[in-house]
Structure formats: structure tokens, C-alpha cells
Write a protein that binds this ligand. Structure first.
Ligand SMILES: *[C@@H]1O[C@H](CO)[C@@H](O)[C@H](O)[C@H]1NC(C)=O
Ligand SMILES: *[C@@H]1O[C@H](CO)[C@@H](O)[C@H](O)[C@H]1NC(C)=O
Ligand SMILES: *[C@@H]1O[C@H](CO)[C@@H](O)[C@H](O)[C@H]1NC(C)=O
Ligand SMILES: *[C@@H]1O[C@H](CO)[C@@H](O)[C@H](O)[C@H]1NC(C)=O
Length: 275
């Protein structure tokens, strides 16, 4: 092989200590490549005999992906009501974007759109199943990076009010009614009995030493302060004389007859047969 000459477009100084030319093979090694090294490189081979030969190559330098960040435009998300936009930003050359929802790739649908070359994810009419975690994965020819996980708090409800309490109580027993509903954040509860608001804001209504006039329809209203929704449930309670409770009814009936007299005793007996 003859003499090998490398002509570098740009100044040689920039390559100081980063460049090695292998005369025997004609190869050029560049280390610690920087963006400025991008460009066209030309090699001229001067053989001992015959004409010179020239070759060129173009070097492109890509910056690795870094600093992948997701921003969310709205954190007050109400199920079936709100839309949200997640934007992914990153440093690096020629990036492509991919969104992950848990471990699944997010794909466009009637309520999910991907814009800005995939960097922006918009979910319209969010559902509670859209809480994520979402991650943005950014890839280019030389590297890839994934963002931190982003959870979307989705507020919903209350739905499905459930009241847990006995249907019948013996006068003198304590009453506890538990009201519950599916709600995020947790619902607050209010109680109404015969059209009258009971002073109680908890999910449990407690009454000790019940009397017959505690019989009636109890209404529990669950309210979610964030979604602004309210729904209610109703439960009817019967408070009865002790002789009408279960257990050894026949014996109690006789006791009633003896103590209270025939009329009450018949009442108990009739009730017993109905049951
Ligand atoms: C990372 O991204 C944030 C927001 O886009 C920006 O403010 C910051 O300067 C970036 N940092 C680097 C090292 O690129
Ligand atoms: C967030 O983006 C969605 C969709 O573009 C838009 O409907 C919503 O109004 C935005 N919310 C806020 C708080 O900017
Ligand atoms: C996220 O994943 C959940 C569970 O697989 C799914 O129900 C929901 O629709 C997904 N949401 C989006 C925006 O991809
Ligand atoms: C991301 O880069 C890692 C190495 O850092 C590689 O193992 C992986 O296959 C790459 N993933 C993608 C999707 O390019």
C-alpha cells in the first residue's frame, strides 16, 4: 500500500488526543465522539503506482436520550367527566415515543389519542381503570430511556349504597346501621328518619336502648365532595316488644300472657304464626 492521507473537513485541533489513523488498513478511529464530529470524511489513497483513489463517508452523531419527563395537565379527574393530557419531553436526537400503561403499550382508540409524534397522550372521558401507572419510553438509534411512573388519581362515585343493619330489633336493644358506598375520595354520610335530619355525619348510625317508635324508614345519603354526586339508600326497621323476638317464643308467649294479659299474648301468638 502507498501513502495514506486523511483530509478532515474541519480543523484538526478539535481531534487532538481523540484520533488514531491506522496506516496499514486505512481506518480512522475517533474516540469520545461529540456532535461537532458529524460531517463528511474523505480519504485519499496514493498507491506506489497507479492513480489516487478517493473515498468519502458521512458520519452522523446522535445524542443519547436523557431527561425523560412526563407532565400531566390536570389532576382533578372525575370519572366519565374529565379529560387529561400527558406530555413527554426528552433530550436527545431523533426520538420516538412509546407510552406504557402498566406493562401494556398504549394504543389510540375512540377515547385515547396520540399526537406530536406520540409525545402527547390524551385520554378523554377518563375511567377509573385509567389510573396507570403510565410511563413514556423514548428511543433513538443509540439509546432508550423510560420516564418515572405517573399515576392518575381518578375520582368517582358514590355508587352502590349498601346499608347493613338488622330488619328487626327487640325494644331495649341497641341499633347500629352501617352505610357504605363505592367512592373516591370516601363519601360523607347523612341520615334522615321520618323526614328529619339526624345529627350524625358518620357512616354508622348508633342508637342505644331502642323503643318501638324507632321503627320506620332510615335513609342514608352518601355524598362525594369532589365529584359532587349524592345517592341514598333506605332501610326499614321494626322494633318490637321483647316477646316477639326469636328464641323460645312459645315460652315467652306464655310469660307475656301471664304478665301482660291475654290481648298482648294473642298479638305475640299471631305474629309468631305469621313468621
Ligand atoms: C430536563 O427537562 C426539564 C424540563 O423539560 C428541563 O427544565 C431541564 O433543563 C432538562 N435538563 C437537562 C439536563 O436537559
Ligand atoms: C387538559 O387537556 C384536556 C385535553 O386536551 C383538556 O380537555 C383539559 O381542559 C385540560 N385541562 C386543563 C386543566 O388544562
Ligand atoms: C390502562 O389499562 C387498563 C387495564 O388494562 C385499561 O382498562 C385502561 O383502559 C387502560 N387505559 C389506557 C388509557 O390505555
Ligand atoms: C433499550 O436499551 C437497552 C440497553 O440499554 C436494550 O437492552 C433494550 O433492548 C432497548 N429497548 C428498546 C425498546 O430499544
Amino acid at each position: 500500500m502507498g501513502t495514506l492521507r486523511v483530509i478532515i473537513i474541519g480543523g484538526l485541533l478539535e481531534f487532538e488526543n481523540r484520533i488514531t489513523l491506522f496506516i496499514s488498513t486505512g481506518s480512522l478511529e475517533l474516540r469520545n465522539v461529540v456532535q461537532k464530529d458529524a460531517g463528511t470524511y474523505r480519504v485519499t489513497v496514493i498507491p506506489a503506482a497507479g492513480p489516487q483513489m478517493v473515498g468519502t463517508t458521512t458520519l452522523t452523531v446522535q445524542d443519547a436520550v436523557s431527561n425523560v419527563t412526563v407532565t400531566v395537565n390536570n389532576t382533578d379527574l372525575v370519572e366519565f367527566n374529565s379529560s387529561v393530557t400527558l406530555s413527554c419531553s426528552a433530550s436527545g436526537s431523533s426520538r420516538s415515543f412509546l407510552w406504557l400503561n402498566g406493562s401494556d403499550e398504549v394504543t389510540a382508540s375512540d377515547r385515547v389519542s396520540l399526537t406530536d409524534g406520540g409525545a402527547t397522550l390524551t385520554i378523554s372521558t377518563v375511567r377509573r381503570s385509567d389510573q396507570g401507572p403510565f410511563r413514556c419510553q423514548v428511543t433513538n438509534a443509540v439509546s432508550n430511556r423510560t420516564s418515572e411512573e405517573v399515576y392518575l388519581p381518578i375520582f368517582y362515585g358514590p355508587y352502590h349504597v349498601k346499608m347493613t343493619c338488622p330488619d328487626r330489633l327487640e325494644a331495649g336493644q341497641s341499633l347500629a346501621i352501617l352505610c357504605s358506598a363505592e367512592s373516591v375520595p370516601a363519601a360523607t354520610y347523612s341520615w334522615v328518619f321520618f323526614g328529619k335530619q339526624l345529627v350524625n355525619n358518620s357512616e354508622v348510625l348508633i342508637k342505644t336502648n331502642t323503643v318501638k317508635s324507632d321503627s320506620g324508614k332510615y335513609k342514608c345519603e352518601a355524598t362525594n365532595a369532589v365529584t359532587g354526586r349524592s345517592i341514598s339508600g333506605e332501610h326499614t326497621l321494626y322494633v318490637e316488644d321483647p316477646c316477639l323476638s326469636d328464641g323460645a317464643i312459645a315460652v315467652i308467649v306464655i310469660a307475656c300472657m301471664v304478665i301482660v294479659g291475654l290481648s298482648v299474648g294473642v298479638g305475640c301468638h299471631v305474629y309468631n304464626q305469621r313468621k
